[in-house]
Design a protein around this ligand. Structure first.
Ligand code: PMP
Length: 354
């Protein structure tokens, strides 16, 4: 039996997607070739990447609105750098909501003035700062929609009239948003989209070409756009598997459908955390993430018993990030509601045992 996989990333993917992806490794599309041994310029693969690009835009409601989708490499971490390289002239504004925003800020500082509009560092990034001002002359404003490590999520995005950039690595395709409020969205695939090895970048083409510096080809969005995401060899397996996963999501009913499921999963687990006297949630209630649920035992002496119990129940990946400790249940799109019920049952069993 497959484990209940609460891993924060790389994370759970639908079993049928894994099945189709593994078949393609042996024989892709009845071509009598493996997907990973054929040319990325073959018609068969070009169709795959084009489909993946258009599905991403379609699911986000961004077709025919001046956006293009790219599948790049280097992870979301490379985007910390590419964003600044391509967009930062003088000044950029960043909202600091955790480790990943912090890392993005570090890269940006190499290219110009960075205004940290607000930070929640004072309380271990357990909340989303509100009520700050964003300098109107910033070249762009950068947010991290979901903080994978701390389990917080931005519910209302600040209204910045200029260019809005968002790292959506850990909640893209999980909830409905007006995605057209953003000019550049990026996401490492390995949370809600596919295996590690590719990064989705959604970009409004008109925002490019405004910096004076020379940009190395591999870091230049325009170069990748001009080559239809094929400037160099794409990560074929990761792109194909992402495409299968996006198809899976579309067939289910897209983001409106999966958001309802994700809300149910989150409500089930948070209500148990709030009810069960043995546990306490980490993140500020109004900022709680529906993707990564962070919580702690009130009494740490129960740790060994609880750890044995959830492991015996077939649960994987529940330990909190090494920098935070405690527990983190990551509930990406492919995690079934049933897996959350198994975790809740274990939490209730611990309460009965005590
Ligand atoms: N941003 C966020 C929100 C993340 O969760 C992560 C990875 N956990 C990253 C960026 C870095 O992604 P990558 O490992 O693909 O560089």
């Amino acid at each position: 039996m497959k484990k209940h996989n609460f891993s924060a990333g790389p994370c759970i993917l639908p079993q049928e997607v894994l099945q189709k992806a593994s078949e393609a490794v042996l024989n892709f599309n009845n071509e009598n070739l493996s997907l990973i041994e054929m040319s990325h310029r073959s018609t068969a693969f070009v169709e795959v990447i084009e489909k993946a690009r258009s599905l991403a835009l379609e699911l986000l409601g961004l077709e025919n609105k001046g956006y293009k989708a790219l599948f790049l490499q280097g992870g979301a971490s490379m985007q910390f750098l590419m964003v600044t390289y391509n967009l930062l002239n003088k000044k950029a504004a960043y909202l600091n909501t955790g480790t990943w925003s912090d890392k993005a800020i570090k890269e940006a500082k190499m290219f110009g003035e960075v205004v940290e509009v607000a930070t929640s560092k004072d309380k271990k990034f357990s909340y989303i700062p509100k009520g700050f001002t964003i300098p109107t002359d910033a070249d762009y404003f950068h947010t991290t929609s979901n903080n994978t490590i701390y389990g917080t999520q931005i519910k209302d995005f600040p209204d910045f009239k200029g260019i809005n950039v968002c790292d959506m690595s850990s909640d893209i395709f999980s909830r409905q948003l007006d995605f057209s409020k953003f000019d550049l969205i990026y996401a490492g695939a390995q949370k809600n989209m596919g295996p590690a090895g590719t990064t989705l970048v959604i970009i409004k083409e008109e925002i490019l070409g405004k910096v004076e510096r020379e940009i190395p080809s591999m870091l230049n969005y325009q170069v990748h756009l001009d080559k239809d995401s094929m400037f160099n060899t794409p990560s074929v397996f990761a792109v194909y598997t992402s495409m299968l996963n996006l198809e899976w999501l579309k067939d289910l009913g897209g983001i409106p459908f999966i958001e309802k499921v994700n809300n149910k999963k989150a409500a089930l687990l948070y209500s148990e955390i709030d009810r069960n006297p043995l546990f306490k949630g980490f993140a500020n209630k109004e900022d709680r993430s529906n993707m990564n649920v962070t919580f702690n035992l009130v009494d740490d002496s129960l740790k060994e018993t609880f750890d044995t119990m959830w492991q015996d129940a077939g649960i994987n990946g529940l330990n909190g990030h090494r920098s935070v400790g405690g527990y983190r249940a990551s509930m990406y799109n492919a995690l079934p509601l049933y897996s959350v019920q198994v975790l809740v049952d274990v939490m209730q069993e611990l309460e009965r045992k005590k």
